[in-house]
Structures are given as C-alpha cells and as structure tokens.
Design a protein around this ligand. Structure first.
Ligand code: AMP
Length: 635
C-alpha cells in the first residue's frame, strides 16, 4: 500500500507529466509586471525561468500586500537576546525599505551593483536586503560571525561597491565588534568598495575612515531627493549572491535570481510548510545562511505572514529562551536545526517543559539529519506527540526544500531519520558515481533529474565550476554530493556526504548512521565520526563524542558506547576509538565538519577552515586523538 498522502502523489504526477505547465501554475500565484515568453529555457548548464517576465521580489514581499489592504498586518518581529523587540507592519516595513532604497540610490548604487551586508539579524539588515533587491542591486550577506579573512574573500569575490555593517552584534552576552572586522577585511588586497556604512547600536566609540565611512544617519540623508520606488527586473536577473556554508570544502558563491527563486521558495513555503498569511513564523537561523534568506525574509513576506527574526543564541540568557519566544509571540510554525535540538537536549527536559506551546502547529528541521533520538525527544518528550516534527532536506544551491513531507498538501507518516519524499516538481534518483541508477534500498549518490526554479543559476564569477561540479558529474542530472537510499515507500534516507561514506570490508556505512547509533546512548549529546584506513578491514571508525550534562568520560563509558553502536549496527561497525571532546568542529551554521575529524585522525592539516565556528575545537579534537593514540600504544 502506498503510504504517501494521495494529494502529494497527485501533485508529483502533475509535475512529472508537464513540468512547464506545473511551474507556470505555481508562478501564477505571484504578481508579475509582464508575462513570460517561455516558462523554461535550457542551454546546459545555463537554465532560465519565466524568460522575459518582469518582476521585483521586494515589491511582491511588501507593496503587493499593502496594495491589497494588508498594510496593517505585522510583517516583522525583530528581537534580540537582550530582550529588545520591534514590530513592523507591512506598511511600516515598506516605508523603511523605501527610505533605504532612496539612500542606496543616493550613494550612486543601482541595478546589478553588489552590496555586502555584514550585519546582525536586525530590522535594519532585513530592510536593507529588501531595499537592495528593490533597486535591482544584488546583496551578498556574510554571516556576522565570520572573521576578517572570510569576509574579505567574500567582499572581493562579489566585487561589492558598498559594505554595510554595525558596531556590534550581540552573542551570548558579549558584544562582538563588527566594524573593526570590516576595516581589517578591507586592508591588503585590492577591492572595489567605495562606501562602508555602519549602524551604531551602542555608546562605545566606533572607528570611522573619513573618506569612506558613513554613519547610518549620514546614509539616510543621502536619500533626500531620490526615489524609493522599485525597479522592474527581468526574471533571471540576480537578486543575491550567497556562499555555501563550507561543510565540505571551500565555499562556493551561489546566485539566486528574482523570478525562479521567488516561485520556488513561495511554492515550497505553501506545500512543504503549509505557510499562510495568519501564521507567526519563526526560523531560528541567521540572515547569513540560505534558510535566513528564504525562510526568515523572503518567503514569509511573499506569503504575507508575520516573520520573527531573532539575534542571539537560542539558549541565552537561559536554556529555555527558544521556548519562551515561541510562547510570547504565539509562534505557529517553527523551523530550526538538528544542532539546535541537540544543544537543547543537552540541558535535559525541564527547560523545554515549562513553556506554553499550544499555538505551535508544526516544527521543521533541516541542515543535517534529524537523528531519531533527537526527533524522539522533541516529538514525544517536549511536544507530547501533539504536533508533527518534520525533517526535510535542501542546500544553499537549491534555495528551497527538495525532499520533505509536505505538511501543506497532506502529511504522510513521519519516518524518523528520513527526510521524506521528493517534493512536487522534484524528480530524484540514486546513482553510482558512474551514473548507473541503483534500485530501491541501495545506497548511492542522490541526483536531481531536472532543473527547478529555485536552483542556483550559476556560481558567481565561475560558471565553469558550476557546470563541472553540479552538472558535469552525472550526465543530465544535478549532483547533490549526498549519499542516500530510497526505501520501498519512496522515502529518502540521508547517510552523509558521499565523500564521507565509511567503507568497512565490502560494506558502506554513512557517517550519519553511525552517529545516530551513538546518540542512542543516553550519555551522548553529539557524535561526529570518520573512517580511517585499516589494513585488514579497509577502514575503521574513529568517533568524537560530546557528552550530555552530568556524564564524565571513562573507559567504561567508552566500552558501553562501542557496545551500543555494535548492537544498533551489528559487528560490522567497528569503532576503533572513541575520543571525548567538549565541542565538535562545526561550521558557523552548526554542521559537524567531518573532514576536519578525518584530517585529525590522519594526522594531516585540516585544509580550509575559514568557516569553522571554533578553532579551539580542532585543537581539542587533535589533543583527544593524541591522548587516545598514546593510551593505545601503552596497552
Ligand atoms: P549548505 O551548504 O549549508 O546548504 O549544506 C547543504 C548540505 O547540508 C546538504 O548537501 C546535506 O549534506 C546537508 N543537509 C541539509 N539538510 C539535511 C537533512 N535534512 N538531512 C541530511 N542532510 C542535510
């Protein structure tokens, strides 16, 4: 029997039968200034959507709703961990965005110009993203946790003419100084930056370079006499540039265009998340990541609901901070990450059980696999099985979800550990590295069979790499780089990045399968595993484990963990060593960087770690590994 909801199957069948008609129908849900001459044009690896149609994403996010009588509805709730909150209606946000658009024009910026935004998740930054898109310019938001090196690379790579920043961002009780980092980033190599605009949020002095830097007020004054109106752009004009998060390698600069991107993100907002105008929606991500672009800023506003934007850590000032925000603002839809769930789990049940969460209707997670033990905790312990917790899969490149369980169309059974089924319009298959299609149940590389509107149009400044990395590996298909299998019901199970698969004897184990087995033990908060060569077995597994509060490392615990994994995965999963650490190496978006663990166990340098959250985690992992080796040689 087919377990997938019949409405989802119907939508999938409709998309497969006539993809152009399917996407044209999806696009007709949005306003356009003029019609397209064709829905889709392909000159691989270049794909164009809604060709010739004129649009403007920022107009559709704001003016459209105001014109339709929704100007008084709350558009944005901007909060921070210091307890400051500001609410903007659609009319108020439009007014702010118009002012900023006029000011950008006052700086001489316009269509096609690149603008770097290195700012906290605050109302000014979000309004600036919208203002940039409004005038047809292209923003490149750089996560405000990156250092000067990573920022400088991104400013230069985008060829930005202006950089916007703030004196500080608030992070776990400290003020992280941003303006000085911008100054450092602009030293040295040549760049094209003419203006640096800085928002002054505190009383502390901020260094300013007279010929180049402007305060926010000086910037606003440039708006005098300039238009704040929107610029009509052709559907395929870029709206923004955004680097991938760098889990696996050096970041790549994706490019999302006005037309296709809007259609993709707003369709998936409706189909996947069931987003409606009366929602209070909160994605706990940051504007520095794709989730922040698509599901803090653009899609909630395209749909016309209230979006919550939060600056700070979800467990600060107290472990129950996230639950309290949901309670206070009556959040109806939550989007968070497995790393956040695991971090909250570490505090135990109590902080999560104190808040009133009745208005919350559904929770989504993406970014990594939502391991079944973490799913179980959130679904059963915290939410008492009242509402669904739904994993779904996508990438910076895809702009919007690709695999999920479409809550908005009809929820199918949730299978913990699986990201769900291909969403309508997405056709996928599992292949060998040579491109051969694999049957149901067999593990291989996930590919997407055809382009779809929200997929990155190219890589900024490097179309050749776009062709090679994504379309050149498997003929005619988009290469995701993730290892998966598809089960008999059509659900997709992610096992980790294809190049992180561990080969033991003749078997292939995904890093995530092993990590999930570790999480079955109550002492484990997080685990990251990697393979290392072994003469007999091909590879064995080295594990790095962070413990939950109240547990201490010991050799007994190490043996227990090995036994837990063995009982979950069988004798095949040979855990050669368990290294206890406080913090796993993660990207600043919270993803475990297994390539760093691999470098540690191979006694190599870790390569590009500009995207790492905490360099100390590499030192810690290396120390744990050296202690482990010394202990083994003593035995
Ligand atoms: P990013 O460059 O940050 O967009 O990372 C995209 C990658 O994150 C994907 O290729 C996957 O490896 C991983 N990922 C995202 N969502 C999921 C998920 N729900 N399950 C498993 N892996 C995921």
């Amino acid at each position: 029997m087919d377990v997938v909801h019949p409405s989802v199957r119907r939508a999938q069948a409709e998309a497969t039968a006539d993809p152009d008609a399917f996407w044209a129908k999806a696009a007709s849900e949005l306003p356009w200034f003029s019609p397209w001459s064709s829905v889709f044009e392909a000159e691989p690896p270049s794909f164009r959507w809604f060709v010739g149609a004129e649009t403007n994403m920022a107009h559709n996010c704001l003016d459209h709703h105001v014109a339709n009588g929704a100007g008084g509805r709350a558009a944005l709730v901007a909060l921070n961990e210091r307890g400051e909150e500001r609410v903007f209606t659609y009319a108020q946000l439009l007014h702010e965005v118009e002012r900023l658009a006029a000011s950008l024009r006052g700086l001489g910026l316009g269509k096609g110009d690149r603008i770097t935004i290195y700012m906290p998740v605050c109302a000014e930054a979000i309004a600036l993203m919208l203002a940039t898109v409004r005038i047809g310019a292209i923003h490149s938001v750089v996560f405000a946790g990156f250092g000067a090196g990573a920022l400088g690379d991104r400013i230069r790579a985008s060829g930005s003419r202006a950089v916007f920043t703030a004196d500080v961002t608030y992070r776990k009780g400290t003020d992280v100084r941003l303006k000085e980092i911008v100054d450092d980033a602009l030293l040295g190599d040549p760049h094209e930056v003419e203006h640096v605009v800085a928002l002054h949020r505190t009383a502390a002095p901020m260094p300013m370079t007279e010929t180049r830097d402007l305060s926010w007020d000086e910037f606003l004054a440039r708006g005098e006499g300039n238009s704040g109106g929107y610029t009509r752009v052709e559907s395929n004009e870029p709206a923004y540039i955004l680097a991938t998060s760098g889990t696996t390698a050096t970041p790549k600069l994706t490019v999302h265009a006005h037309g296709g991107y809007q259609v993709g993100i707003s369709s998936m907002a409706r189909w996947c998340y069931g987003m409606r105008p009366d929602d209070v929606w909160w994605a706990t991500s940051d504007i520095g990541w794709v989730v922040g672009h698509s599901y803090i800023v653009y899609a909630p506003l395209l749909i016309g609901c209230t979006t919550v934007a939060y600056e700070g850590a979800i467990d600060y000032p107290a472990p129950d901070a996230m639950w309290r925000i949901i309670e206070r603002f009556g959040v109806t839809g939550l989007f968070t990450s497995p790393t956040a769930v695991r971090a909250l789990m570490r505090y135990g049940d109590e902080p999560a059980l104190g808040a009133e969460l009745e208005l919350l209707e559904r929770v989504f997670c993406a970014g990594e696999v939502l391991n079944p033990p973490a799913w179980e905790w959130l679904q059963r312990t915290v939410l008492g099985d009242r509402i669904p917790v739904i994993d779904h899969w996508w990438q910076t490149e895809t702009g919007a979800p690709v695999i999920g369980n479409p809550y908005g169309i009809g929820l199918s059974p949730v299978k913990p550990g699986s990201a769900g089924v291909p969403l309508p319009g997405m056709e996928v298959s599992v292949r060998t590295p040579e491109g051969e299609r694999l049957p149901t149940g067999e593990k291989g590389i996930l590919v997407i069979e055809r382009p779809f509107p929200s997929l990155t149009a190219t890589l900024w400044g490097d179309p050749e790499r776009y062709g090679n990395d994504y379309w050149g590996k498997i003929e005619g298909a988009y290469f995701t780089g993730d290892s998966t299998h598809i089960d008999e019901d059509g659900y997709v199970w992610f096992a980790g990045r294809a190049d992180e698969v561990i080969k033991i004897a003749a078997h292939r184990l995904g890093s995530i399968e092993v990590e999930t087995a570790f999480l079955k033990h109550k002492a484990v908060a997080e685990a990251g595993v990697t393979g290392r060569p072994d003469e007999v077995r091909g590879e064995v597994i080295s594990a790095f484990v962070a413990l939950r509060q109240g547990y201490e490392p010991s050799s007994e615990l190490r043996d227990e963990l090995k036994a837990t994994v063995r009982s979950e995965l069988g004798a095949l999963a040979v855990i050669a060593d368990v290294n206890f650490v406080e913090t796993l190496p993660k990207t600043r978006s919270g993803k475990i960087m297994r390539r760093v663990l691999k470098a540690v166990v191979l006694d190599q340098q870790p390569g590009d770690i500009t995207t790492i959250e905490d360099e100390g985690s590499v030192v810690e992992a290396r120390q744990a590994w050296m202690d482990m080796k010394a202990a083994i040689s003593d035995e």
